[in-house]
Design a protein. Structure first.
Lengths: 114, 109
């Protein structure tokens, strides 16, 4: 089945220790998104790629970086995690330009910072 | 800027009908989406309205009034498995959507 896969599902990192979360998709969708979701809150868009074009949200901290080496994979790098970065990180895709209303989400990676 | 308002919680009885409202303020409005998210799970797309009117998909329907900047999600024949959070989201000209804060639906047996 076509899907969005995130690894790992649970990640524990130490304060200040860089961490990378990964996302892959078999849907062959052009757009990929990274969201941060904290408990009982809405998903907050960090950035998205249309193909290789990177689009950063204005309020996304510099501590968060992303890479999309090819259509299928996208990575979220947190350079120096703080306690406030503990959250669920969701990867999503949409098929193409103008179709952002229908997004397909991966199961998420729950990040704990100790 | 963009903003969305939806109730934080709604409670209904199994088998009943419930409506979750969403009002929005946005520039360059393209459409209103609805997503369902169970505890610990990922959001799942439910519906999308770009034009005024009602869209029906099984037990779920979604309505949009562009002139009122208002929409709602209607859930019929409620089942316990419908207990979840429901997010409305608006899309603009770019390839992204902004989510509302979500409505937690509690269903009583």
């Amino acid at each position: 089945d076509a899907m969005v896969i995130q690894n790992p599902r649970y990640q524990v990192t130490q304060f200040g220790k860089p961490v990378t979360l990964s996302c892959s998709q078999t849907l062959n969708h052009n757009v990929m998104y990274w969201y941060q979701q904290k408990s009982s809150q809405a998903p907050k868009l960090l950035f998205h790629y249309y193909d290789k074009d990177f689009n950063n949200e204005a309020d996304t901290p510099d501590n968060f970086q992303s890479r999309r080496p090819n259509t299928s994979f996208c990575f979220l790098d947190i350079r120096s995690p703080g306690l406030g970065d503990a959250a669920m990180y969701l990867c999503a895709t949409s098929r193409d330009v103008g179709l952002a209303y229908e997004q397909y989400f991966g199961p998420g990676t729950r990040l704990t910072v100790t | 800027g963009q903003s969305l308002e939806q109730p934080s919680e709604v409670t209904a009885v199994e088998g009943a009908i419930v409506q979750i409202n969403c009002t929005y303020q946005t520039s360059g409005f393209y459409g209103l989406s609805w997503y369902q998210q169970h505890d610990g799970g990922a959001p799942t797309f439910l519906s999308y309205n770009a034009l005024d009117g009602l869209e029906e998909t099984g037990r779920f329907s979604s309505f949009l009034s562009r002139s009122d900047s208002y929409g709602y999600l209607l859930l019929q024949e409620l089942q316990m498995k419908d207990s979840a959070s429901y997010f409305c989201a608006v899309g603009g000209r770019d390839d992204k959507i902004i989510f509302g804060k979500g409505t937690r639906l509690h269903i009583l047996p």
